[in-house]
Write a protein that binds this ligand. Sequence first.
Ligand SMILES: Nc1nc2c(ncn2[C@@H]2O[C@H](COP(=O)(O)OP(=O)(O)O)[C@@H](O)[C@H]2O)c(=O)[nH]1
Ligand SMILES: [Mg+2]
Length: 329
Amino acid sequence: MSSFDVEALARGVCGGERRAIARAITLVESTHSDHQSAAADLLERLSNSPGKALRIGLSGAPGVGKSTFIESFGTFLVGRGHRIAVLAVDPSSAVSGGSILGDKTRMERLAVEPRAYIRPTPSGMSLGGVARRTRETIRIVEAAGFDVVIVETVGVGQSEAAVAAMTDIFVLLLSPGAGDELQGIKRGIVELAHLALVNKADGDLADEARRTAAEYRNAFRMLTGSGSGWKVEVHTCSALRGSGIAEAWACIERYRDWYETTGTRTRMRSEQARGWLWSEIADSVRMTIESRDDLKGLVRTLEEQVAAGKTPAAVAARRIIAAAFESVT
Ligand SMILES: Nc1nc2c(ncn2[C@@H]2O[C@H](COP(=O)(O)OP(=O)(O)O)[C@@H](O)[C@H]2O)c(=O)[nH]1
Ligand SMILES: [Mg+2]
């Protein structure tokens, strides 16, 4: 992207043009400083078209059936007149590379559906970078008219909390049988869920899936109580056969009603926006420090001292920040 007309790009995005959407996402993912100011300009223009999309976080261990579920669920929603965008937040999948190939075959119908847009994880980005750009990508696809946005994660790392902080509802996909330790899911992730779906409830696994759902229903009854006031639902589905998909959507719609009528949406979106502001500030301070040649020596020395256990991290951080801001004023 060498030269660009941000106004035209914003117009293209708002008109739902796929090429413009792809260019806009590439722009916000770029780490080039010129691109970053153009990206900020673009996002400001897009903020005139407020996001009305329902943002769904979807998580589950590798192999649980996320891609198959997205294909089935996405096709179902498209059939009901929705426009759906799928964004993946998983730095590890970009490293392994394998999942993208698998997804092409597992999301066959959705991948060619004009009312759907699938964006894989940008490669070579840290979790922080992916999470930051994913928030901006959500804004782009919302402005482009997609009214359901699914943000997918793998359920084994830290990206879940970041995704929960940028979505309206968090859906956890589970396998029949195994308890959550065996499913490779961290406890904290289970606690983020508003809806848990035990997938693969078909054939030989159907009974097991029902039992697993009952177990999770019990576990959630004990877990929640004081929380937000939403009672976590647990259902079964078969992404492969398409059963339980309509029920999952019905639950999401119930949640949405609750979310909007109780004022939770307004409160959560404000909290998320505030959190976003502060993480942008933290990121910018870091990037500014990293890009300042005059600080390189100090940073390197203190980094080594911290690594060697000679200087506490907090002390070194204060010195670096003091040095960075001192020379600004
Ligand atoms: N029996 C059954 N298999 C499924 C179902 N959903 C996914 N699978 C299979 O589970 C494997 C992993 O699915 P995939 O969607 O790639 O999982 P992901 O890694 O979570 O994205 C594939 O072989 C799928 O065909 C289901 O509902 N029932
Ligand atoms: Mg997958």
